[in-house]
Design a protein around this ligand. Structure first.
Ligand SMILES: Nc1ncnc2c1ncn2[C@@H]1O[C@H](COP(=O)(O)OP(=O)(O)OP(=O)(O)O)[C@@H](O)[C@H]1O
Ligand SMILES: Nc1ncnc2c1ncn2[C@@H]1O[C@H](COP(=O)(O)OP(=O)(O)OP(=O)(O)O)[C@@H](O)[C@H]1O
Ligand SMILES: [Mg+2]
Ligand SMILES: [Mg+2]
Lengths: 255, 255
């Protein structure tokens, strides 16, 4: 089982959009996929038509080691090979609930162990804040995908973001592969082209060859509560995520 | 002196862009304006060409009540009537540095008192996370501007965001006015039009009449390290911020 964290402290760079659509695409390609939402905003449930009012058990219970009663559903089936463990706003209490616990960063790593037979890939969505939730994601992950909108603020925060990720993981022995994914790329905008070539210059080894274009169909899909694989299977947005999924799973970019 | 917090837990909705350009526009209109960055990402300094390496004293020192030595500059002059107190990444340590202190949410309110003769308006940029930094901003503020990109996730998180703001301020006696600002509006996109009318329907009393259109000149301005008032004084982006500044200061929308 491979665990992939989608993380970037910069807000609005597309973490949730990448998490949902990458998970949906991996599932379409036949990988048994679990999406876990570690953001108290709970946008994975929202973007996949899971009604927040009906979420009885969530990732908060998993991190607090509260077993779900048989009647309380923790895992929601989204599509074939595609399940979700959602979050709710209660998750924002986690910092104070885990204060002082020595293993507070390893809770997710320990919990995911139980699923290693059922899933091939786990995708983790994270909040725009370096705290106990993102630390849990980074401890549990084998690799990190850092989405970067091709804007000025996103480019500049990146080196610090990479340092932060490496600092959090320094005291564990498992290697963590970090790769950068350009998102919301609009080839018609000069600034975006400049930022993209700057990203490739500064972070050549860490950049995915695949990138996600700016595409209003991705926004529409989230407002309809479905991944792009369902909203518009033939769109360029879908192809962008297929290239990403293949490069991620095979290690080699597709033409 | 009026203190205005720019806050929204949703990442990337334009908090920093609104904070910088609103402050610059208020200064142009003759109001003595102080911009304070409470986000450890430090994007106010970055977007205003203040070199992070030269920031010796920052908002962290203010919150920790460490007086700046005479030689260490805390306040940077950006333009006429427009000053900045920047932040650096060290600010992310604030949660642990203020743990257990009973007045940890009132530090900024107390510190800004000292500036009440020098400035007419203080604008506060905040991080995309409800924690001690945003709490300090909400305690110090007389009003809150909540920027909302006209996207699906931003619309849905809004009611919870408003509840959170009201909960944090419940135990103080000073009233706090909260208003919603539509940002990144692209009238050509059907989804954006739908979201805008939904915003106006659900939050009629709280919406500014003024709104900020999607405008690549705002992105360009930040990459050049200047506010829109300098990058392109005649642009529609500039006019959008003038309407906002006037509605904010007079209480009445401009035609
Ligand atoms: N490639 C894309 N093309 C067009 N719109 C996009 C793209 N990726 C994301 N978006 C839109 O940009 C906005 C921000 O994306 P999203 O919410 O996924 O970012 P995030 O990093 O998860 O935000 P947060 O920091 O709040 O968690 C959303 O409205 C989303 O629909
Ligand atoms: N009206 C607008 N038109 C076009 N681009 C915009 C507009 N407002 C903001 N942006 C761009 O959108 C991106 C996100 O904006 P910004 O960084 O100001 O949001 P934020 O809420 O401060 O993010 P964070 O949650 O990380 O603090 C930036 O690249 C910015 O230049
Ligand atoms: Mg998100
Ligand atoms: Mg910001």
């Amino acid at each position: 089982m491979r665990t992939i964290a989608i993380a970037n402290q910069k807000g609005g760079c597309g973490k949730t959009t990448v998490a949902i659509n990458l998970a949906a695409t991996l599932a379409r390609e036949g990988h048994r996929t679990l999406l876990v939402d570690l953001d108290p905003q709970g946008h994975c449930a929202l973007g996949l038509s899971v009604p927040e009012g009906e979420i009885q058990s969530s990732i908060l219970d998993v991190l607090l080691r509260r077993p779900a009663a048989a009647s309380e559903r923790l895992i929601w089936q989204i599509a074939g090979h595609f399940d979700l463990i959602p979050s709710t706003t209660d998750l924002s209490q986690i910092e104070s609930l885990l204060i002082g616990m020595p293993d507070r960063h390893q809770r997710l790593l320990q919990a995911l162990d139980a699923y290693s037979d059922q899933y091939d890939v786990v995708v983790l969505d994270t909040p725009p804040h370096i705290g106990v939730l993102t630390a849990n994601a980074l401890y549990a992950a084998d690799e990190v995908v850092v989405p970067v909108d091709t804007g000025f603020y996103a480019l500049h925060g990146l080196s610090k973001q990479i340092e932060t990720v490496e600092r959090i993981r320094r005291d564990t022995v498992r290697p963590l592969r970090l790769r950068i994914l350009a998102n919301m790329y609009d080839v018609r905008t000069k600034l975006a082209r400049e930022i993209m070539s700057e990203l490739r210059r500064r972070h050549a080894d860490a950049m995915f060859t695949a990138f996600i274009n700016f595409n209003t169909k991705l926004r529409e899909a989230s407002s309809l509560g479905v991944p792009i694989t369902e909203h518009d299977p033939g769109s360029s947005g879908c192809r962008d995520f297929q290239k990403l999924a293949r490069e991620l799973m095979t290690g080699a970019p597709t033409a």
